[in-house]
Design a protein around this ligand. Structure first.
Ligand code: HEC
Ligand SMILES: [Cu+2]
Length: 317
C-alpha cells in the first residue's frame, strides 16, 4: 500500500481511500469494458433472429447495478468528507509552531524561541499545530508524507494539524509557484522521539525565547503606550482594552457579535485593526501592516498569549 512514505495515521487512511476509489473504479471499468468486449466478439456475426416483438423485459439487473454503484461511490464520498473534516479539526493543547513563507524559504519559529530555515522538527505522537503565514506572495506548505498541504497567504493565519506516528525525515515543499526560485523552497521535516526532541530544543534554545522578545517588541512598537494595565481611560491616555487574559477568551465586538480571541484574531487585530472593533472602544488603533514583519508578529502574539488575567503589562515603571 505504501509507495510513498507515510508519517501519520490520517496519511494511511488517505492512501486507503484513494486505493479504494481506484479499486472500485477499475472494477466498474473492467465490468463495462469486459462485457462489451465479450459481446462484440461473441456476436460479431450477428444473427438472423427476429427482434421485432420483445414482450418481456426485466429491471432487476438495472436496479442492482445502479444501487451497487450508488452505494459504493456514495460510501466513498462520505468517507472522504469525514476524513477531510478530521484532517482540519482542531485538537486541544497542541504544540504550536509558526511557519512563515518568504521568497524563497520557509522560516519556522518554536515557542521556546528556536528558529530554523527550511527545517521543521516535531515530536512523534503529539498533536502539532502549524500556524502558517506569508511575508510576501501566496505560497503553499505541502507535506506529502502527511498527505496535507495548505495555501499560505500574506497577512493571514492558516492552520495545519499534524499527528506524526513514524520517526524519520520527510520532504517539505512549496506547492504554489511563487517566483524565480520557487523550486528551492524545499526542506525537511524531522519527526523525533519525545526525549530526542527535548534534547534538540535545549541544544537550539536561544537566550531569550519568544515571549521575552515579544515583550521587547511590544514596548518598542508603542503598543504598551495604549495597552497599559489599569490605565484604560486614564488621564491623557487613549482608552484601549487590556490584553490580560485575552487569549482564548470571548471578545464582544462593536457589531454585536462575539469572537474567541485565537491566534488569528490577535494577528488580525494588529494588522487590520479596523475590521473587528472591540465593543465600546473607538477605532483609533493604527494598522501595523507593513510596519511589523510576520516574524516579529509571531513573537508579539506569543507575548500577548502569555499574559494571564492579572499579569502586569510593561511600560509602567
Ligand atoms: C493608539 C493606541 C493604540 C496603539 C498604539 C495600539 N493599540 Fe491595540 N488597540 C487600541 C484600541 C483603542 C483597541 C480597541 C479597538 C479596536 O478593536 O480596534 C485596540 C485593540 C487591540 C487588540 C484587540 C484587543 C481585544 O480585547 O480584543 C489587540 C490584540 C491589540 N490592540 C494589540 C496591539 C498591539 C500588539 C499593538 C502594538 C503593535 C497595539 N495594539 C497598538 C489602541 C491601540
Ligand atoms: Cu513559495
Amino acid at each position: 500500500m505504501n509507495l510513498l512514505p507515510s508519517a501519520s495515521p490520517l496519511a494511511d487512511e488517505v492512501d486507503w481511500l484513494i486505493g479504494s476509489l481506484l479499486g472500485v473504479s477499475l472494477l466498474v471499468l473492467a465490468l463495462v469494458m469486459g462485457l462489451m468486449g465479450v459481446y462484440v466478439i461473441r456476436y460479431r456475426h450477428g444473427s438472423g433472429l427476429d427482434r421485432g416483438d420483445v414482450a418481456q423485459k426485466t429491471w432487476r439487473i438495472e436496479v442492482v447495478w445502479t444501487t451497487a454503484t450508488l452505494v459504493a461511490f456514495f460510501g466513498l464520498f462520505i468517507w472522504g468528507g469525514n476524513l477531510f473534516v478530521r484532517v482540519y479539526r482542531p485538537h486541544p493543547n497542541p504544540l504550536t509552531i509558526s511557519v512563515i513563507g518568504k521568497q524563497w524559504m520557509w522560516k519556522t519559529e518554536y515557542p521556546g524561541g528556536q528558529h530554523e530555515i527550511n527545517q521543521l522538527h516535531i515530536p512523534v505522537d503529539r498533536d502539532v499545530q502549524l500556524l502558517l503565514t506569508s511575508e510576501d506572495v501566496i505560497h503553499d506548505f505541502g507535506l506529502p508524507a502527511f498527505r496535507v498541504k495548505r495555501d499560505v497567504l500574506p497577512g493571514r493565519y492558516e492552520a495545519l494539524w499534524l499527528h506524526p506516528n513514524r520517526i524519520g525525515d520527510y520532504h517539505l515543499f512549496c506547492d504554489q509557484f511563487c517566483g524565480t526560485d520557487h523550486s528551492s523552497m524545499i526542506g525537511t521535516v524531522t519527526v523525533m522521539t519525545a526525549p530526542e526532541y527535548q534534547d534538540w530544543l535545549e541544544r537550539n534554545s536561544t537566550s531569550s525565547g519568544l515571549v521575552a522578545d515579544g515583550q521587547a517588541l511590544f514596548i518598542r512598537n508603542g503598543c504598551s503606550g495604549c495597552h497599559q494595565a489599569g490605565l484604560s481611560g486614564g488621564a491623557g491616555t487613549v482608552r484601549a482594552p487590556s490584553l490580560n487574559g485575552l487569549y482564548r477568551s470571548p471578545v464582544p465586538l462593536s457589531d454585536g457579535s462575539t469572537v474567541i480571541a485565537d491566534d488569528r484574531y490577535i494577528h488580525d487585530s494588529i494588522i487590520y485593526p479596523k475590521e473587528q472593533i472591540v465593543a465600546s472602544y473607538a477605532p483609533v488603533m493604527p494598522s501595523f501592516k507593513g510596519v511589523i514583519g510576520e516574524e516579529d508578529l509571531v513573537k508579539i502574539i506569543a507575548y500577548i498569549k502569555s499574559l494571564g488575567p492579572h499579569a502586569p503589562l510593561p511600560g509602567r515603571s
